[in-house]
Design a protein around this ligand. Structure first.
Ligand code: 6PG
Length: 237
């Protein structure tokens, strides 16, 4: 595990964005799953601005680590946010954008999306292998849409599952622990003082760390990165 700490959320976004584009420049095809929520917004805006005209976008195949079970135009949709800030601004071929269809019946979409993963990228012992999975961290220690009350999703034999948000009950489609830990690289992007205690418990393996799904993200490749701003990295502040 490697920690990358930057002074501000914007500097996290810029460093990770430049890293992502450098990775794209090395390959012909790059399979990347995006996180949702608010943290990646700075990353998407930075990429759209600095790399607006990059020819590298056609190498990128985009997926999501999770999606809310709502239509793509709904305000909760991770796709809607990503489309507004990034997809509508750069030339990623439409066929390279593999949206989780939040408008579909959840259990059917979990099956359909798993089939897309299998068809779209290399497999290792029949498990889809992403080049990169970007994850966020919830203040309860969840990641993707694997919440503490559904730890079994970490060990599911399926590649995608239907999850439920513990407070709102909203259905989500999420990648499971098996797929996440099969990725060549997993990078958490976590910013803000609100996450600092959980980051500390997870990275130092103390307190209730075992109860947090994010603690169990350990890619078999060993290539696990935490990109943090100073507020999230310094819990004592
Ligand atoms: C989602 C995300 C989720 C998110 C964390 C952090 O669909 O909400 O994938 O796992 O990464 O909840 O969210 P923030 O970035 O908004 O703090």
């Amino acid at each position: 595990m490697k920690k990358h700490v930057f002074e501000t959320p914007q500097l996290v976004a810029e460093a990770f964005g430049d890293y992502l584009m450098t990775q794209l420049s090395k390959v012909d095809r790059y399979h990347c799953a995006l996180s949702g929520g608010s943290t990646p917004k700075l990353l998407f805006s930075y990429l759209a601005k600095k790399y607006h005209d990059s020819p590298l976008w056609n190498r990128l195949h985009l997926y999501w680590g999770d999606e809310r079970c709502v239509p793509p135009e709904h305000e909760d949709s991770n796709f809607k946010m990503t489309n507004q800030l990034l997809l509508s601004q750069v030339s990623i071929p439409v066929g390279n954008i593999h949206r989780i269809k939040g408008e579909e019946e959840p259990s059917n979409e979990a099956i359909s999306y798993a089939e897309i993963l299998i068809r779209s990228m290399p497999l290792d012992t029949n498990v889809p292998v992403f080049d990169l999975i970007i994850l966020g961290l919830g203040e309860d220690g969840h990641t993707a849409s694997i919440f503490p009350h559904q730890m079994e999703l970490l060990d599911s034999k399926r590649f995608c599952e239907v999850a439920t948000h513990p407070d709102s009950g909203q259905n989500r489609i999420t990648l499971t622990g098996q797929v996440i830990n099969a990725a060549k690289e997993v990078s958490f992007l976590v910013t803000g003082a609100g996450k600092a205690d959980k980051v500390d418990e997870i990275l130092e393996q103390k307190g209730d760390w075992k109860k947090y799904p994010a603690s169990h993200i350990k890619p078999l490749s060993g290539n696990l990165n935490w990109y943090l701003d100073e507020s999230a990295a310094n819990h004592s502040l």
